[in-house]
Design a binder for this molecule. Structure first.
Ligand SMILES: [Ca+2]
Ligand SMILES: [Ca+2]
Length: 90
């Protein structure tokens, strides 16, 4: 009450849990894994700069078993990694 909310450009930082859900939706071919390309497209969709570069770094960092994809058990780590970038939705 009496509080004026500015509806334009309200930046809400995503939590790790929200990021994880978001990242799962990047899996456009539905194989349950996030490829570097799917991550790049997804990050770009969030308006992130250098999405291709960041996707490459993220996969290299997070891909523990080295298959080049972010599997189900690695998505949680990816969410943690992406969280550090402080993704916000506007
Ligand atoms: Ca996929
Ligand atoms: Ca992997």
């Amino acid at each position: 009450m009496g509080k004026v909310w500015r509806v334009r450009r309200v930046e809400v930082p995503l939590t790790e849990k929200q990021l994880e859900g978001l990242i799962r939706r990047f899996d456009t071919d539905g194989d349950g894994k996030i490829s570097r390309n799917e991550l790049r497209v997804g990050l770009k969709g969030l308006g992130l700069r250098l999405a291709g570069f960041k996707a490459g770094c993220a996969v290299r960092y997070v891909d523990a078993d080295g298959d080049g994809y972010i599997g189900d058990d690695e998505i949680n780590q990816l969410a943690k990694y992406v969280f550090k970038w402080g993704i916000t939705i506007t």
